[in-house]
Write a protein that binds this ligand. Structure first.
Ligand SMILES: [Ca+2]
Length: 252
């Protein structure tokens, strides 16, 4: 099938490397004030929301020396707090923001949106910002993504090193049945983030040469490609049923 071509390509890449909208939070805050709440909920209309978890600044060891194709382990510092999507962006969220029919291969309102290029994701970011003014939306940087994925861990995966336990946290090649699954069905990491490993890989903001990084591996990948430190690149116009996104909101 065509999607299998995409899947293979994505893993090879990894190897190489409209309703009014409102915002609610607990408690309401004004922009520029010290961040105190740990959760943020963006209302997209028709009962559809997007949930975020506060990620506080800190220093961590980014990358790994255990495998090729990823950055060598080095100290990295996240200097500003940010909110990261609790889940991958779903198809119903994309529809609520963009008002169009996305091209996701695996259909399901709660399934992650996919076949969205990095460029298309930039349009999503821009449109979401216009519809929910006062909040700075963007994709995560690679460092932010890995920091949040690790959630304080220094292991291969967010929970430890045992590959056999990955299925408790991720939809990946061994248990996915070759398709995406509704977000949030597996265990979250220690900071309450779901599907950081697997389901769909997640575009990051950073560019490398003329490509963009993506993180976390997908439903098609072997466990090693879902590791916290693993990253892959793809052209910004690439649309793959293995690629999705997770949003960031600035919190400072
Ligand atoms: Ca994911």
């Amino acid at each position: 099938m065509k999607h299998q071509v995409f899947l293979t390509a994505a893993c090879v890449t990894l190897l190489l490397a409209v309703c009014p909208m409102a915002v609610s939070s607990d408690p309401p805050r004004s922009m520029g004030s010290p961040t105190t709440q740990t959760n943020l909920t963006i209302e997209l209309g028709k009962g559809i929301t997007m949930e975020f978890v506060l990620i506080r600044p800190g220093t961590f060891m980014m990358g790994s020396n255990e495998s090729t194709g990823e950055k060598r382990a080095h100290k990295a510092t996240i200097t500003k707090p940010f909110y990261l999507g609790k889940y991958e962006v779903t198809q119903e969220q994309w529809q609520a923001v963009m008002g169009d029919n996305h091209k996701s291969y695996f259909k399901g309102e709660k399934n992650p949106v996919e076949r969205v290029s990095w460029e298309y994701c930039q349009s999503f970011v821009k449109t979401l910002g216009e519809k929910v003014p006062g909040y700075a939306f963007r994709l995560p940087t690679e460092a932010e993504w890995e920091y949040a994925c690790r959630a304080g861990s220094t292991n291969e995966y967010c929970y430890g090193d045992n590959e056999e336990e990955l299925g408790q946290y991720a939809w990946y090649g061994k248990n996915s049945g070759g398709k995406t699954h509704p977000v949030g069905e597996k265990k979250p990491n220690a900071w309450g983030l779901y599907d950081m490993h697997g389901n769909v890989t997640e575009w990051c903001q950073d560019q490398y040469l003329s490509n963009n990084w993506h993180r976390g591996g997908s439903f098609e990948c072997m466990a090693m490609f879902c590791r916290s430190a693993k990253h892959g690149t793809a052209r910004p116009a690439t649309c793959s049923d293995a690629n999705g996104l997770r949003m960031v909101v600035a919190a400072n």
